[in-house]
Write a protein that binds this ligand. Structure first.
Ligand code: CTP
Ligand code: CA
Length: 233
């Protein structure tokens, strides 16, 4: 895909993108995971580099080729992702959470492989994971209270895949997470996971939603960067 012809409107900006899906270990050989391929997050990283940004890509279990020009930090679990995103986002101009983050993890990780026994298996108890996007919003609110333009005051973008009441759920999520933009995908019917194309509605805090028609994930990425660049200028 041709990456020329893009505006260099993110030149000098430090941007963090998370991509892929986190894995939560059950034992040394098994995990709870999700179907995120990382394609959308990688498209965001590539297009941000093309628009001049300095990009840190936090990649959770992605097997795609590395985007040229981005710094890549590889992570596996939600705890790893949280550490990497919080560290990279200090002082960043924008953070885009495109990664599919596991909401739950096994409450205890077995140190050795769980073996089959004669009886029924033990249930796996789950514990809740931290909400990284909400934490970014809270940090920004705390920093903003102290000083405008303080560390952690960059643009915050979330992604949401919804199956029902897509816009209503999206608006509630945008408010709850305290982010500036929320990219809402409708999932199902072959949309979104593992495909090169996507369609979405970008919800904008304090503004009108922007519809992005079905097309390459780069197009959705560029639509996100258009909105981010407008917020930064
Ligand atoms: N997210 C996050 N940390 C989590 C869960 C989600 O940072 N523990 C981020 C995702 O990266 C995404 C956004 O929050 O950008 C929305 O994720 P989503 O799963 O749609 O939201 P949840 O609050 O987990 O709500 P739901 O119950 O619908 O899964
Ligand atoms: Ca979730």
């Amino acid at each position: 895909r041709v990456l020329r012809g893009r505006p260099l409107d993110l030149a000098g900006r430090r941007i963090v993108v998370s991509a892929g899906g986190t894995r939560e270990a059950i034992d040394p050989v098994r995990f709870i995971g999700n179907r995120s391929s990382g394609l959308q997050g990688y498209a965001l990283a590539r297009t941000a580099v093309a628009r001049g940004a300095e990009v840190t890509l936090v990649a959770a279990n992605v097997t795609l080729p590395d985007p040229a020009g981005a710094k890549i930090v590889r992570v596996e679990s939600t705890a790893d992702l949280r550490d990497a995103v919080l560290e990279a986002s200090a002082g960043a101009d924008a953070v885009v959470m495109a990664a599919a983050v596991a909401d739950f993890r096994p409450a205890t990780r077995q140190g050795s492989k769980i073996k089959k026994t004669d009886g029924e298996p033990e249930p796996i108890r789950l514990a809740k994971n931290p909400d990284i996007l909400a934490e970014l919003g809270e940090r920004r609110r705390a920093a903003g209270a102290a000083r405008a333009g303080a560390e952690g005051s960059g643009v915050i973008v979330g992604f949401a895949a919804e199956t029902d009441d897509v816009l209503a759920n999206g608006q509630a999520k945008l408010a709850r997470k305290g982010c500036d933009l929320l990219v809402v995908n409708q999932v199902g019917e072959g949309l979104a996971f593992g495909t090169p194309d996507n369609a979405a509605t970008v919800l904008v805090a304090g503004g009108e939603p922007v519809e992005v028609p079905f097309g390459p994930k780069e197009d959705l990425a560029d639509a996100v960067w258009d909105l981010v660049a407008a917020r930064l200028s």
